[in-house]
Design a binder for this molecule. Sequence first.
Ligand code: GRF
Length: 216
Amino acid sequence: MPEASTSPGDAMPRKKRVAVLISGRGSNMASLIEAAKADDYPAAIALVVSNRPDAAGLAYARSAGIATVVVDHTRFGGDREAFERELQAALQAHRIEVLCLAGFMRLLTPWFVGQWRGAMLNIHPALLPAFKGLHTHERALAAGAKTHGATVHFVVPEMDSGPIIAQGEVPVLADDTPDTLAARVLAVEHRIYPEALRRVAEGRVGIDDPVPGKPQ
Ligand code: GRF
């Protein structure tokens, strides 16, 4: 009689090894770490990298038993490529397959972005393509936006411009301040980033997929 559920074909697919890149608080990093604890989550957070030694998120990562690396950009003067070569070496040493930028406040060169094409995600606190760049909540309020939100997208050399993987929308309320709006958006970020990483890690979405609604 054939043995049930022991063939290699039945095994759970190997989890993708993910590094999260942070510069500060790390609440999105924490949401990814928590999501990845589920047995059926297709990615493992294998490394957290910060470009700032004082990033608060590093302590959280360490307490979760995750390897951390600091690549302090101030050690490299203005030499972005030297910084990125050291970053790349750390990622390779930990056999990283997917990168998640989560409040990582360094612009990346086309060389580095090219190394991770289709395997690097970013979360941006606005409904892209609206409000690229910084201070998105202030700008959404100043523009009189009725809705706002967050976007997870693949990283391409042009900032905040890669193919969108997931978005979440929130209402803008009449008495919102940048802080109240940011808090409402952050709750959405914590939901959509783990969902987006799941879809990428399972191979259900790729950087070259046709954009819905765009003629081929
Ligand atoms: C988030 O709002 C993220 O969208 C933006 O920077 C912030 C980082 O927050 N890129 P945290 O460090 O994840 O708490």
